[in-house]
Design a protein around this ligand. Sequence first.
Ligand code: ZN
Length: 168
Amino acid sequence: MTISLNTEILQIGNPILREIATEVTEIDNPKIQTLIDELILTTKEAHGVGIAAPQIGKSYRIIIVASHPNFRYPDAPFMSPIAMINPRIVSHSEEIVIATEGCLSVKEKRGCVPRYRDIVVEYITRDGYCQRQEYSNFVARIIQHELDHLNGILFVDYLQDKLTIIDS
Ligand code: ZN
């Protein structure tokens, strides 16, 4: 697999976005490492704060978390992109925060989505180490959003009745 600029980001309606993504077993496989590079690059090119592998058509349990301040979230913390492999939430706060979200796979729509304020996430790094880390607020929201992608869930699925989809 070669790294291509302008990787296509799948849009809602594509069935790959609705699959349950596969656990990664061979982290040091060059195909997986190249996929991680491509995901980081695609996030950067799209000015996104995160992405999940299924969004570029690769149904593996890999997400990128790349919070940075932007015009929608001026107070977002800056972080170097982190690749989380086989991530899972092992505990979370009782508190839930409702805030607007968008998605690179649902262009021109945003909506209010409830998320846990704080989460503890366990994942494997691209170097093969197991990590356990607590995240809060905006970064916790990114992780919950991206993790949903690994289970075929899009943020619009939360917007059925009590919540509203708004044009961006
Ligand atoms: Zn998304």
